[in-house]
Design a protein around this ligand. Structure first.
Ligand SMILES: [Zn+2]
Length: 95
């Protein structure tokens, strides 16, 4: 069955599956599950897109990017602090 624009339902589904990759990619970049976010994107594309843009990255992702930026992990409290730090800003541990 075709609508007035001559686009089949399959084409719409394929396009939806394709554009749902956008919020899924953003969410997975922030440390979320790509596949779950792809499903979310297929069901509620616009909501998933906005949600993926406004949400904060997971704590794990923040820690990984801080370490990649030259941070070091405090051996006492496991928080990431600047590499040059002599004292941990979270627990006052001395390096
Ligand atoms: Zn610490």
């Amino acid at each position: 069955m075709e609508n007035q624009a001559g686009v089949g339902a399959e084409t719409v589904l394929v396009m939806l599956a394709f554009i749902a990759l956008i919020p899924a990619a953003i969410a997975s970049h922030k440390g979320k599950n790509f596949f779950l976010w792809w499903i979310y994107g297929v069901c509620f594309w616009l909501i998933a897109l906005i949600h993926s843009l406004v949400m904060n990255p997971t704590a794990k992702k923040v820690e990984a990017s801080s370490l990649a930026d030259g941070g070091k992990k405090c051996p006492n409290c496991a928080e990431v602090v600047k590499y040059e730090a002599m004292v941990c800003r979270f627990c006052n541990y001395k390096f």
